[in-house]
Write a protein that binds this ligand. Structure first.
Ligand SMILES: Cc1cc2nc3c(=O)[nH]c(=O)nc-3n(C[C@H](O)[C@H](O)[C@H](O)COP(=O)(O)OP(=O)(O)OC[C@H]3O[C@@H](n4cnc5c(N)ncnc54)[C@H](O)[C@@H]3O)c2cc1C
Ligand SMILES: NC(=O)c1ccc[n+]([C@@H]2O[C@H](COP(=O)([O-])OP(=O)(O)OC[C@H]3O[C@@H](n4cnc5c(N)ncnc54)[C@H](O)[C@@H]3O)[C@@H](O)[C@H]2O)c1
Length: 449
């Protein structure tokens, strides 16, 4: 039986990071991946999504803003097949890099589906391999609710496999994936509808951001359909999908994408052969050291359901490897003040507490809010209005900045640097002591009064 210091189950963001870091410290490592290396992020998530967002951005620049700047394109065409070649070619090149890195680090890459037989043995391709330590990084998959006509529904995974774009689409959901995909398709010319159960999308974000995206959608974006929950879908003779609520036909579109959340991949990986437990929501239960109820089995990434972001999975995986193979004192990471960006049009960026969370945690009298609302120069010069709304959430007498939020042109590239300041505990006075860079949107974060 082949024996390893570490076997990693799942070759996505978290698994690959864990395997490489452990091998760099001299561990004998195997990584098992059943599908394409790179996992969700590279193949059906961040990477093809961001390339799609760039394409949407280019179209907006040409069609929406170009004419105002004096650019006119007489016969603008968009060839989806050429775009797919660019997008999927980039994805493929990204994947190739992983194998090279494994070879350089002497990580044994096993293509196959791994199942735990006990806390030290994993079966893959009819072979039993043995591991001193195991890291579970099996990620998740999109959820399709159990409704009538569910067979007509698609997910973000399907979107990335489409060979053409539909004329019209309904995207059901109110989170990151729903707003991003609806926005991309709208900008690429698809008649897009975003269908949400309540009054607005991104409800868990700072209210200024969700209001901002609703305003942006109203000006130019997917049509927002609120307070709606379809309970039946039918296919009509024209091949379109009819969406019903309580027997009433509410919408007819070419395709429907469900973006209502993701489920962890835990059910067929042999957890029943171990003491590993699940949380009530079905994620792998780990302590703050990413350790499961089996002392030698750790888990990282989407499968633990803490914060489903690629850099979080990577950071956690590397930390576990540092702990197991390089004497680090902890296998845990700090899950607070994790910055993120929603790739909408315009983009949303956020780090720290929302105004609502801060007031609930510290009380209204402890919290001071600074906001600045304006319209982006990029859009305004072309006679368009695109919101740029920025906010700082400050705590206590010294006004420590505990939340920073923005929606607007360029916000996607602004937040990372400010997240460093927030992580370091910067105060409003320290923000103000920094000279602004003019003319930028980012300068508003250091000039708020
Ligand atoms: C549409 C979309 C857009 C996203 N955009 C962003 C973004 O812009 N920024 C961001 O930070 N995050 C984004 N995310 C989230 C990000 O993709 C995930 O947080 C990240 O991929 C999680 O990494 P992971 O390693 O935990 O799991 P995954 O990347 O899902 O990898 C798990 C891997 O395990 C494999 N596997 C599962 N079971 C087994 C088994 N038994 N044997 C062998 N292999 C197995 C799977 O095939 C998969 O490759 C996006 C997600 C989606 C769906
Ligand atoms: N830019 C990024 O960083 C990025 C992009 C995409 C995804 N992600 C990550 O992936 C995770 C998963 O994304 P997601 O969008 O699938 O999940 P999500 O948890 O962000 O959003 C799911 C949304 O679906 C809504 N919903 C649930 N059930 C519903 C129903 N029956 N009908 C209508 N709406 C329903 C919820 O209210 C919620 O708003 C995100 O939480 C995020 O961490 C990140």
């Amino acid at each position: 039986m082949r024996e390893f210091d570490l076997v990693v189950l799942g070759g996505g963001s978290g698994g690959i990071a864990t395997a490489n870091r452990a091998a760099e410290h001299g561990a004998k490592v195997a990584i098992i991946e059943v599908s394409h290396l790179g996992g969700t992020c590279v193949n059906q998530g961040c990477v093809p999504k961001k390339v799609s967002w760039y394409a949407a951005h280019i179209n907006d620049a040409i069609q929406k803003y170009g004419p105002g700047y004096g650019f006119e394109v007489d016969h603008l065409t968009f060839d989806y097949a050429t775009f797919l070649k660019a997008r999927d070619g980039y994805v493929e090149r990204s994947r190739a890099g992983y194998v090279n890195r494994f070879n350089a680090n002497k990580v044994e890459y096993i293509a196959g589906y791994g199942v735990l037989k006990n806390n030290h043995e994993i079966e893959v391709n009819d072979e039993l391999i043995k591991a001193k330590y195991i890291v579970l990084a099996t990620g998740g998959h999109p959820e399709i609710p159990d409704v009538k006509g569910a067979e007509y529904l698609e997910t973000s995974n399907d979107f990335f496999a489409w060979k053409d774009l539909p004329g019209s689409v309904a995207v059901v959901g109110a989170g990151y994936i729903a707003v991003e995909l609806a926005g991309v398709m709208h900008s690429l010319g698809v008649k897009s509808h975003l269908v949400v159960r309540f009054d607005r999308p991104l409800r868990s974000f700072d209210r200024m951001l969700s209001d901002g995206i609703v305003e942006a959608f109203e000006t130019d974006g997917p049509q927002l359909i609120t307070h709606t929950s379809f309970d039946e879908y039918r296919k009509n003779e024209a091949g379109q999908i009819e969406c019903y609520q309580k027997g009433e036909l509410r919408l007819t579109v070419d395709r429907v994408i469900m973006a209502v959340g993701r489920q962890p991949n835990t059910d067929k990986i042999g957890l029943e052969n171990t003491k590993v437990r699940l949380t009530p929501k079905g994620h792998i239960d780990v302590d703050d050291q990413h350790q499961t109820a089996e002392a030698n089995i750790y888990a990282v990434g989407d499968v633990i359901g803490k914060i489903d972001l690629t850099p979080v999975a990577i950071k956690a995986g590397r930390q576990v490897a540092e702990y197991l193979f390089n004497h680090a004192s902890s296998a845990g990471i700090d899950y607070t003040n994790v910055p993120s960006v929603v790739f909408t049009h315009p983009a949303i960026g956020t780090v720290g507490l929302t105004q609502e969370e801060a007031i609930e945690k510290y009380g209204e009298e402890q919290i001071k809010i600074y906001t600045n609302k304006f319209y982006s120069m990029y859009a305004s010069a072309a006679w368009h209005r695109e919101p740029c709304y920025f906010k700082l959430v400050c705590l206590g007498d010294n006004q420590q900045v505990i939340g920073l939020h923005g929606i607007g042109e360029g916000v996607d590239e602004m937040i990372q640097g400010f997240a460093v300041a927030i992580k370091m505990g910067a105060t409003k006075a320290q923000f103000d002591s920094v000279v602004a860079i003019h003319p930028t949107g980012a300068e508003e974060f250091v000039t708020m009064r």
